[in-house]
Ligand binder design. Structure first.
Ligand code: GDP
Length: 287
């Protein structure tokens, strides 16, 4: 278990207890929940408590950063969630790709509610959606993109905790940012690794070489072709993790005095390139 995991396990429960309370308090104020996941790691970027917390509230899943994820796998995830009764859409909140689907899907999943509002003459009532997601999934990017010029209009409402910020996104919809911080499932080492690969955990609190070796080990199995295309690494099935990282360093001419491989530099380079999409679109979790 890496240091960052040990460290996090200790403060995880306290933080989650507060978030749990804040989400529960705000839930009656919203009509639906938008759960933002990282399309590269849909399950690891999901907080397992969200489903329990939101219960029967209608939900939409946003598979964000779809520009970095494998398109075919993203489609499989969308089908998978649909089979479980949840609508999911693939989005790239940085460019706005896919976001035009958001309002129509929200209207669709809430059509009965909207109809009954109309029948009761409550036509002016906004639809309110709580945006939830673990840190770094792109919540702020999503809200800013949707709210556009209206983001400045966000204001506290009476009766709502001070942390609660509402954003008018037009079309009669308002967004509420996650009340509190929703922590990922750090205590699961595999989840911790994937969050580290994608850059959702601060690099300073982990062993970068170990993380890079584990990423290589995963890519070696799932995307060997990409390692060959980008770094010329081949016939690597039986090469042990640390040796592979050294091989990568040598390929890139990263040597320290004495001609030894600079595996730390290679580790930083690999993680940067993976996160920046230089190895192509890669999803680390299959349905
Ligand atoms: P938050 O912690 O959930 O509010 O996440 P942010 O909105 O701060 O986003 C975290 C990082 O992910 C930032 O560097 C964003 O620019 C980046 N990001 C957000 N959405 C996307 C996306 O769709 N594609 C890519 N490539 N990067 C994104």
């Amino acid at each position: 278990m890496g240091d960052y995991q040990k460290q996090n396990v200790q403060w995880f429960p306290g933080h989650m207890a507060k978030t749990r309370r804040l989400i529960k308090e705000s839930l009656p104020l919203v009509d639906a929940v938008a759960e933002i996941l990282d399309a590269r790691i849909p399950e690891s970027s999901r907080n397992p408590e969200v489903s329990k917390l939101i219960g029967e509230k209608p939900r939409i899943i946003l598979l964000n950063k779809c520009d970095l994820a494998d398109e075919t796998t993203t489609r499989s995830w969308i089908k998978h969630y649909a089979a479980q009764g949840t609508r999911a859409i693939a989005v790239d909140c940085r460019t706005g790709k896919g976001l035009s689907e958001f309002r129509p899907v929200i209207s669709d999943i809430l059509k009965d509610k909207i109809k009954s509002n109309h029948e009761k003459g409550m036509t002016g009532r906004s639809i309110r959606v709580m945006v939830v997601g673990i840190p770094n999934t792109g919540k702020s990017t999503f809200i800013n993109k949707m709210a556009g010029k209206n983001k400045a209009k966000a204001a506290d409402k009476p009766g709502v905790t001070r942390q609660n910020q509402w954003f008018d996104i037009g079309g009669g919809i308002q967004l509420l940012d996650t009340p509190g911080v929703l922590w990922p499932k750090f205590e699961d080492a595999k989840v911790g690794d994937k969050l580290a690969f994608t850059g959702s955990v601060k690099d300073e609190i982990m062993d970068i070489e170990v993380i890079a070796q584990r990423l290589l080990a995963l890519l070696k199995v799932s995307y060997p072709g990409r390692l060959f295309e980008r770094y010329g690494l081949k016939d690597i099935e039986t090469i042990e993790d640390h040796a592979l990282l050294e091989m990568l360093a040598v390929r890139r001419g990263m040597l320290i005095s004495g001609g030894e491989a600079d595996s730390e530099r290679a580790a930083v380079m690999l993680l940067d390139e993976y996160r920046g999409g230089k190895l192509g679109r890669i999803t680390l979790e299959q349905v």
